[in-house]
Design a protein around this ligand. Structure first.
Ligand SMILES: Cc1cc2nc3c(=O)[nH]c(=O)nc-3n(C[C@H](O)[C@H](O)[C@H](O)COP(=O)(O)OP(=O)(O)OC[C@H]3O[C@@H](n4cnc5c(N)ncnc54)[C@H](O)[C@@H]3O)c2cc1C
Ligand SMILES: *[C@@H]1O[C@H](CO)[C@@H](O)[C@H](O)[C@H]1NC(C)=O
Length: 502
């Protein structure tokens, strides 16, 4: 509550001290003329509401000169055409606003294009696809599709935004059955740099379609995704369990069994999360999903379920209500947030690596979390299984920008996440996560006993920090960079809009 009040105050002060460039003011004026009703300026209620809707306070700190909320693809195209006339004005595109990296989905003194008024999905039963609008959160399309008993492959927590997740790759509870969220897209209605509207597909342009799966925001503003649907019926099983610290060994042992076993039981998904909060005992959370009314009684997934928990929300429910419930606690937390990622190989004879990772992160955080100034600070490390079967689906779907291949073996996507209150801690928190990345990089050859040839460990853009060179870790980086340049010769996206770059 305290932080929320402080933010409103900061928004008002920001407005009074407005230092928007003449160019930005001109662009905003032209947008307002062309799209009356859709533009909001500093001090207006709509403006403040939109800024407060960013998940992380690090992004709420940025104050655009104005924002435009298009309702249609035509409105987006018109916005792009006007932005083209003002080459000095920076801009940002916002879907759900969950990217915690400043400068990605918001912009200081520029133009914010929020897709908040374009959301939801419609189902095409004959084709088994859904037409998914680009704005809002996964709860929106999943809620619209629930009655039909189908889902699209998106976030595991319903609150997370649609476009940022699916454009950067996106891992879902259904990924072991379908590939990444991006792999299930068959068409992207996109506004290109010159304001033209195109529909990209494997038929129209296979090279570009592959690039659209995992390149982020560098090829245009997507205004509609045509996504394959997955029959989920009305009953799946899942929820969250919380564990005391003394179960960590059992949990890591179960995780080690689970990663390769997921290839044989793709209906199962987990997010093991190791949480360290200021002033409290460490906690371990696991989000569970099983694509059936009941979980299996034996196998690697069942091994997890035998471990005694201290809190348990798992039950049989619809896919949409599971995602809704999973997101409830992760909604707006009124905190500063950071992500950083690293991909590690699954090493069959290194079952100790998870515990080493956990202990290392805790030791890096120790001094920080001990301070009495940081009572609300907390950090977590997620161990996200990336079994080779996901890459197999990626390849079958036409391939993606990440360039993953089933022969690359099983992997885990490690994500460090922190939330904290003080802006003066921003740098320190980011440095601690960086230290973790440097340590992980050095540890991999140790765990694999020097066998690093043939390891392919691309970074997962969704969980990355803004300074991580994600695309540089992609197998086909050079070709994708050339394709981006060819589609965006003036640098409309690469030099003026936020997000990970080629
Ligand atoms: C609570 C929570 C849960 C999460 N769960 C998952 C999960 O289960 N799986 C997973 O893979 N990731 C997950 N993430 C990470 C998530 O995928 C990223 O944070 C992602 O950026 C969020 O998407 P968004 O739409 O909210 O992004 P935004 O912050 O709105 O945008 C992110 C980037 O995409 C660009 N962009 C947005 N819309 C468009 C568009 N239509 N066209 C072109 N560019 C666009 C923006 O400009 C920005 O650069 C989670 C994050 C949070 C905070
Ligand atoms: C990112 O990595 C690629 C591949 O290694 C490299 O060519 C490129 O210069 C890097 N980009 C930045 C900004 O460091």
């Amino acid at each position: 509550m305290l932080f929320r009040t402080a933010t409103v105050f900061a928004a008002v002060v920001g407005a009074i001290q407005c230092t928007d460039s003449k160019e930005a003011q001109k662009a905003c004026g032209e947008l307002e003329e062309a799209l009356p009703e859709l533009v909001a300026h500093r001090l207006q209620l709509d403006y403040t509401g939109e800024i407060l809707d960013f998940w992380s306070l690090t992004v709420q700190d940025e104050k655009p000169a104005c924002l435009v909320r298009p309702k249609t693809t035509q409105d987006v195209a018109e916005t792009v055409k006007i932005l083209n006339k003002h080459p000095k004005v920076q801009f940002a595109v916002k879907s759900g606003g969950h990217d915690p990296n400043p400068g990605h989905a918001n912009v200081d003194g520029g133009v914010l294009v929020s897709l908040n008024d374009m959301k939801g999905a419609t189902f095409n039963k004959e084709e088994s696809v859904a037409y998914v609008k680009p704005g809002g959160e996964w709860n929106d399309p999943l809620g619209d599709l629930a009655d039909a008993g189908v889902a699209v492959v998106g976030g595991r927590l319903g609150v997370v935004g649609v476009s940022g997740l699916v454009l950067q790759g996106g891992i879902s509870f259904l990924s072991a059955q379908t590939g990444f969220a991006a792999d299930t897209v068959v068409e992207w209605e996109t506004v290109q740099a010159d304001g033209s509207i195109v529909t990209i597909s494997d038929e129209s342009d296979p090279e570009l379609a592959t690039a659209m799966r995992g390149s982020g925001s560098q090829f245009g503003i997507v205004t509609q995704f045509t996504m394959k649907t997955v029959p989920v019926g009305q009953e799946v099983w899942g929820g969250m369990r919380m564990y005391a610290a003394d179960q960590v060994d059992a949990l890591f042992s179960a995780l080690h069994d689970f990663v390769p076993a997921n290839n044989e039981d793709p209906k199962a998904a987990i997010i093991p999360t190791d949480l360290t909060a200021a002033g409290s005992l460490p906690l371990f959370l696991v989000f569970y999903f099983y694509h059936d009314a009941e979980p299996p009684m034996e196998g690697a997934f069942a091994k997890f379920l035998e471990i005694p928990s201290t809190l348990d929300t798992t039950k049989t429910q619809s896919y949409a209500s599971l995602l809704q419930a999973n997101g409830a606690s992760a909604g707006l937390q009124s905190a500063r947030q950071s992500f950083r990622t690293f991909t590690v190989p699954y090493v069959a004879d290194a079952p100790h690596m998870y515990n080493e990772i956990s202990l290392k992160f805790k030791s890096i955080l120790d001094d920080f979390l001990k301070s009495p100034l940081r009572l609300t600070a907390q950090c977590a490390i997620a161990f996200q299984p990336f079994p080779s079967i996901i890459a197999k689906h990626s390849q079958e779907a036409g391939g993606n920008a990440m360039g993953v291949h089933p022969d690359d073996g099983d992997r885990l996507i490690i994500e460090t996440q922190c939330s904290w209150a003080l802006p003066s801690d921003d740098e320190l928190v980011r440095e601690m996560s960086k230290e973790m990345e440097v340590w992980l990089k050095a540890k991999v050859p140790e765990w694999t006993k020097g066998q690093v040839d043939g390891l392919y460990l691309p970074y997962f853009m969704n969980d990355a920090a803004g300074d991580q060179n994600v695309t540089g870790t992609y197998r086909d980086y050079a070709a994708l960079k050339a394709l981006q340049k060819q589609n965006d010769p003036e640098g409309f996206w690469s030099a003026r809009a936020g997000g990970h770059k080629y």
